[in-house]
Design a protein around this ligand. Structure first.
Ligand SMILES: *[C@@H]1O[C@H](CO)[C@@H](O)[C@H](O)[C@H]1NC(C)=O
Length: 716
């Protein structure tokens, strides 16, 4: 039961499908022949790819206005096929196997405006009846191109132009033109001259390596000329000087010389209605400098679009006089060249395509225009080996909507974006950008996004997920609506782990945590380094404290001497006496009488000779410096006295730094001192140099004073 019910439903369902399908078919299938489809109640009929042959061509109703028999197997059209169809305006017989056209084939087609016999096997060695097109009194568009494809010998290369002489309404023609021979000139023959309405010429199968000024001699009124893929090798001077009415010229896909370019440009100067110039892949094999007069010649025209892409242009720079691109020019395409320089005035240009050149080095310091205001809407600088851009590159681009910088070597965004107030798309994909380091750039982008529909593409860059880059990642997180293709963002951590950056927020949070400890670590390390440097220098200062103090006083002393213009070649004193206050009696009663009175030496004794008012330390160093020797009366009090030790150390320094190591220190041990009571420096000196102990008895004293006086009296 259930199964049969299901079966019923299925059958019903299939029925429905078949019904819908057939009704749809009948809607289009022509009543008179199932191989054809009819539209608008037979006004338009198409019988395409139905293996229709000469023998079974359908019988078409009289009402048909547009008929296409495209892609069938018709070899010969019986002459009565179309004769009744005086409503026919368009007839498409392209891609059949027509070898020949029978006399009277087009009789009666007095309203036919468009006829295509393109892509047949028309062999011009068979005589096509001379008046075959005579009935076509309304014909405006004729396509007889691509009919020599199977002609082996190129014997009769050109469509017999005599056939055209009746078509005085003809406005456009698509035809083949073949003349591979360099010697023979190719010329569109004289019958073309009578076609006064002929404005458009498309050369289909085209082999014209050496095009000359006679070629278009009979085509005075051409407005549209398509010569793409013509195997042109050279363009001769004056080739397009006959008519001066061109609006559209396509010479793409040829192999022209740079000389041809200058000839062409100087011809175009006369076509003051020219709007579109296509030169895609026209000069592929020669390195071409865009001619000096480029902008000048074009300024004479009404040029709107130039396609000079896929050539080998190496430099396009306007010279002083001919610098401005024409004000009419809106589209300028120099993509896929070898440009290393590009510089023009372009205040009115709308689209500039410089994709796939080598402008990287140039644009790192220069701009491509000097115009302070441009109407540029789209600029394509992708594939240009750009590492960085000059700061002002986009200045004046207030109308720019789309800027493509993808597939370059950019590492950062530090050019000025602030003028790009209309920008909707900034493509930075496929670069080496690790992040935007400039806070200004980030702020600018954020600001721009508030007033425009700005989207930035940073996909296929290897961003950096590190603490240094945290600011940028935070910016990304906060401005995620600004970014496009976010699923293609990748990011590398410091440990070289690469992740898909799908969740920026999570990464930011993770990094914020890591980086705060990182910051603490940095602070600790820095503090540590500063501390140890401080300790080290403190240690050094302590270690060399005497040296430093000595140098300090000496410098001061020297400065003073310099001030007083004194000479320091001789010493003021023979000896500086260093002693503790407890030994004043000894100095007054023994030292001064014995050495000054008896031996006639001049002593420096602090109580007597120090300059009042002067700093005591300064007095000491001056005294030592001005004395030939320093005599230390060593006692326990001496060792305990701060100033005595100061004097001792200063004398030591004096000996090292001012007397070239000469010993100027005399130690007189006035008391018995145990070696362990002596400071290390004194002990060292005692072991190295002579010292004298005060004998403290009558005879010994006499010898003692003599010895002292001898030592002190010896100069040098
Ligand atoms: C046309 O002929 C070819 C080869 O005989 C055949 O494969 C194709 O199906 C035919 N097409 C039609 C629409 O009959």
């Amino acid at each position: 039961m259930k199964i049969s019910k299901l079966h019923k439903v299925t059958v019903y369902f299939m029925y429905c499908i078949v019904f819908v399908y057939t009704t749809k078919l009948t809607e289009n299938t022509c009543m008179f022949d199932p191989r054809c489809k009819c539209y608008n109640s037979n006004l338009r009929v198409t019988c395409i790819n139905k293996n229709i042959t000469s023998d079974n061509i359908p019988h078409f109703p009289r009402s048909v206005q547009k008929l296409s028999l495209w892609f069938n197997l018709i070899e010969i059209i019986p002459r009565t096929t179309f004769n009744h169809m005086n409503n026919l305006t368009e007839l498409d017989l392209s891609s059949n196997r027509l070898i020949y056209l029978e006399e009277g084939t087009f009789d009666g087609l007095s309203n036919l405006q468009t006829l295509s016999i393109k892509g047949n096997y028309l062999n011009y060695s068979f005589a096509i009846p001379n008046n075959i097109f005579k009935p076509l009194v309304s014909l405006k568009h004729l396509n007889v191109g691509w009919n020599n494809l199977f002609e082996q010998s190129y014997q009769f290369p050109t469509f017999p132009s005599d056939l055209l002489s009746f078509l005085d309404r003809l406005e456009s023609i698509e035809v083949d033109a073949i003349q591979p021979d360099m010697i023979k000139l190719f010329k569109f023959p004289d019958p073309y001259r009578s076609l006064t309405h002929l404005k458009k010429l498309e050369i289909c199968l085209c082999v014209l390596p050496y095009i000359q000024n006679v070629t278009f001699f009979n085509l005075q009124n051409l407005e549209y000329l398509d010569m793409h893929n013509c195997h042109m090798k050279s363009y001769d001077r004056w080739t397009l000087r006959n008519g001066k009415k061109l609006k559209y010229l396509d010479i793409s896909q040829n192999d022209l010389t740079d000389e041809s370019l200058s000839y062409l440009m100087s011809d175009l100067y006369f076509h003051d209605k020219l709007e579109i110039l296509k030169m895609t892949n026209s000069f592929p094999s020669v390195y071409v400098f865009v001619p000096q007069y480029f902008a000048f010649d074009l300024n004479a025209t009404k040029i709107k679009e130039i396609y000079a892409n896929t050539n080998s242009f190496v430099e396009a720079v306007g010279t002083e006089k001919y610098f401005m691109l024409p004000p009419t020019l809106k589209v300028c395409d120099f993509a896929n060249n070898k440009l290393s320089k590009f510089y023009f005035g372009m205040p009115y240009l709308s689209i500039l395509n410089l994709r796939n050149n080598t402008l990287g080095a140039y644009l790192s310091t220069e701009r491509y225009t000097n115009s302070s205001n441009t109407e540029l809407k789209e600029v394509d600088l992708s594939f240009n080996f750009i590492q960085d851009l000059s700061f002002a590159i986009f200045h004046g681009h207030e109308q720019a909507v789309k800027i493509d910088l993808s597939h370059n070597k950019l590492t950062d965004v530090n050019f000025d974006l602030s003028h790009l107030v209309s920008l909707e798309r900034l493509d930075l994909s496929y670069n080496n950008i690790s992040g935007i380091s400039s806070q200004t750039s980030m702020d600018t982008l954020r600001k721009l996004s508030k007033t425009s529909k700005l989207k930035i593409d940073l996909s296929n860059n290897l961003l950096k997920c590190s603490c240094q880059n945290l600011k940028f990642l935070q910016w990304m997180d906060a401005n995620s609506d600004l970014l496009m293709h976010v699923t293609k963002y990748t990011c590398r951590f410091d440990n070289n782990n690469v992740i898909q950056l799908t969740n920026v927020n999570a990464v930011v949070k993770q990094l914020e945590k890591e980086c705060s400890s990182f910051t603490t670590l940095i602070i600790c390390i820095t503090t540590g380094i500063i501390m140890s440097l401080f300790i080290l220098s403190a240690g050094l200062v302590y270690r060399f404290r005497w040296r430093l103090r000595y140098l300090y006083y000496m410098t001061r002393h020297k400065y003073k001497i310099f001030q007083n213009i004194q000479s320091n070649t001789t010493y003021k004193y023979d000896a500086f006496i260093s002693y503790a206050n407890e030994e004043t009696d000894f100095i007054v009663s023994e030292v001064i009488p014995h050495l000054e009175r008896d031996e006639n030496l001049k002593l420096c004794v602090h109580q007597r000779d120090f300059v009042p008012g002067e700093d005591i330390t300064q007095n000491i160093t001056n005294g030592i410096h001005q004395s030939r020797f320093t005599l230390c009366i060593v006692t326990q009090s001496f060792l305990d006295s701060y100033y005595c030790m100061f004097e001792f150390n200063m004398a030591r320094m004096e000996s090292i730094y001012s007397r070239a190591g000469q010993n100027i220190l005399f130690l007189v041990f006035y008391e018995q001192l145990r070696p362990k009571d002596l400071p290390l420096v004194i002990l060292e000196l005692v072991q190295k140099q002579s010292y004298i102990e005060y004998p403290n008895d009558e005879q010994g004293n006499v010898v003692f004073w003599k010895k002292i006086a001898e030592s002190l009296g010896s100069s040098e």
